[in-house]
Design a binder for this molecule. Structure first.
Ligand code: F6R
Length: 241
């Protein structure tokens, strides 16, 4: 596992975006696994800049997002589809038809999960971007006695709803369920990039990467993946020195 620490968020964003850009330069049809939340925003801004400058071409790129809330109206600004359009897809030359986010409003969420897994199995993700939840979740795979391998519907933990309430008017508006890729799908990516920022995640990222592998810290399963790169800002990295 390659762990890199950065003094500034600008440097972290540039290196992370550079890894995406070099993948796409060597493989123009790359399949990207993407994430939402605060962590990737600066990386997406850097990718937009690289696309505008002509250094990276998304024309033939495909993407699959990790997760989506269940039960938010499709035009709600906090759906992960809206987030991806606003933060990235609207500003780069990707074909929107090649961007995939699970449908959290599907009438049959089991069928939606199955179909997402079938697409993922065919597409095969080259590089999966991950943020880290305060409780060690990746995607919306919450700490539990058991984890699911494939895409599934999950009841969000209270701490996750609290953490995400900052994007809504009140905690009551935060959905209680989400649909998420499973840890099995995440671990099938050829390469994984975990990005963690901020002192409040210093303990959990250290536990996830150096502690025992346990379903109670879903990110600890990344220790079993042969090709993980971890990008930390200096606050998140404080226990690694
Ligand atoms: C987002 C996702 C989540 C977030 C995590 C960290 O698609 O799957 O696992 O990566 O909750 O969120 P932020 O980056 O907002 O701290």
């Amino acid at each position: 596992m390659n762990i890199m620490t950065f003094n500034t968020n600008e440097e972290l964003n540039q290196i992370a975006a550079g890894i995406f850009a070099s993948l796409i330069q060597t493989k123009p049809t790359a399949v990207l696994g993407l994430a939402t939340g605060s962590t990737p925003i600066g990386i997406y801004q850097e990718l937009i800049r690289l696309n505008e400058k002509g250094y990276v071409d998304f024309k033939d790129v495909t993407s699959y997002n990790l997760d989506e809330y269940c039960g938010l109206p499709a035009d709600h600004p906090e759906t992960y589809r809206s987030f991806m359009n606003v933060q990235l897809f609207n500003h780069i030359n990707i074909d929107k038809a090649q961007t995939h986010v699970p449908n959290g409003n599907a009438a049959d969420l089991q069928a939606e999960s199955k179909s997402y897994d079938e697409q993922l199995a065919k597409a095969s993700i080259d590089l999966q971007l991950l943020g880290l939840g305060h409780n060690g979740h990746i995607g919306f795979n919450e700490p539990d006695a058991e984890l699911h391998a494939g895409t599934h519907v999950v009841n969000l933990k209270e701490e996750t709803r609290q953490a995400n309430a900052r994007f809504f008017n009140s905690i009551d508006e935060v959905p209680t369920q989400a649909i998420t890729m499973g840890v099995g799908s995440i671990l099938k990516a050829k390469m994984v990039m975990l990005v963690v920022r901020g002192a409040e995640k210093a303990d959990i990222v250290h536990r996830a990467l150096t502690g025992p592998i346990t379903t109670e810290v879903p990110a600890s399963l990344l220790q079993t993946h042969p090709n993980v790169v971890v990008l930390l800002d200096k606050e998140a990295a404080k226990h690694f020195h």
